[in-house]
Write a protein that binds this ligand. Structure first.
Ligand code: NAG
Length: 259
């Protein structure tokens, strides 16, 4: 990667010198480059240029630490619209959690300063909303294999089904089984088509699409296209877009409701 950049820079420098075009630092070569993260696609930019238009994610762009992946994403809380920003940056209106990807530091900065505050409940209505809220409150905790249960995290974190067991329990909807497959199979739950899922329903993925015997992952549906989940080692409890298949796992046609 670096070699490629140096070579590119070198040829660029030679060209620009002969053409007497002003010298451009190497840094500029990286600005504007596309970057793809688990929380969305963006463009490599100076962090300062992004803070009021989106949010920065470190680790996706080459070059100095102040060049990061800038992700510009709009959000709509139902009562107002805004852009997803880091809560450590200045929002002209109010930050509302639960409508942006990433951990709890990324929230919807809405232009209206009236209705919403940073303590507003997450999206959704109906009693499944409390289940979503219980999971959202844990965002940022690490993924820990076998972690979590009715009482909260264990070893400081959750795995996928530990998070769903916790959120269901915490929101007063009972103690469901501990693993993704047993949650999918539990008679406590009501199966419905995933297309009819509402906030708080559990959605599942299975190895090779075998939802009868190989359910391997579970997340909590928030709204069309979005879930909160503890996905895998290295990613914290977070909101992310619902994926249909990855790494040999495919999404199951049924959602399961415990509320
Ligand atoms: C939000 O900003 C804080 C402070 O700069 C930083 O520690 C945190 O990692 C940022 N959030 C994300 C998701 O990058």
């Amino acid at each position: 990667m670096h070699l490629q950049y140096s070579l590119f820079y070198l040829s660029h420098a030679v060209l620009t010198t002969t053409a007497l075009v002003p010298f451009h630092p190497l840094q500029e070569r990286q600005i504007g480059q596309a970057c793809t993260t688990l929380d969305g696609a963006g463009t490599c930019q100076n962090t300062a240029d992004c803070t009021t238009q989106g949010f920065n994610l470190a680790g996706y762009c080459p070059g100095p630490a102040d060049i990061q992946c800038c992700i510009k994403q709009t959000c709509n809380t139902g009562s107002s619209s805004g852009i997803c920003m880091n809560t450590s940056d200045k929002c002209g209106g109010s930050f509302v959690p639960g409508f942006c990807p990433g951990d709890s530091t990324i929230q919807c900065c809405t232009s209206s300063s009236s209705s919403s505050s940073s303590s507003s409940p997450p999206p959704s209505s109906g009693s499944g909303a409390s289940l979503v809220a219980a999971a959202v409150a844990e965002e940022g905790l690490p993924y820990v294999w076998g972690g979590g249960g009715c009482d909260g995290p264990s070893d400081g974190g959750f795995d996928c089904s530990g998070l769903t067991q916790y959120a269901t329990c915490k929101s007063g909807h009972g103690l469901i089984p501990r693993t993704a497959q047993t949650q999918y199979d539990s008679p406590m739950g009501e199966h419905l088509a995933r297309a009819d899922a509402e906030a708080g329903d559990l959605i599942f993925w299975a190895d090779g699409g075998d939802c009868v015997g190989s359910v391997a992952h579970v997340g909590i549906f928030m709204r069309e296209g979005w879930m909160v989940n503890a996905a895998e080692t290295g990613t914290p409890v977070r909101e992310q877009s619902i994926w249909s298949s990855s790494g040999g796992e495919s999404i199951c046609p049924d959602a399961v409701r415990f509320w």
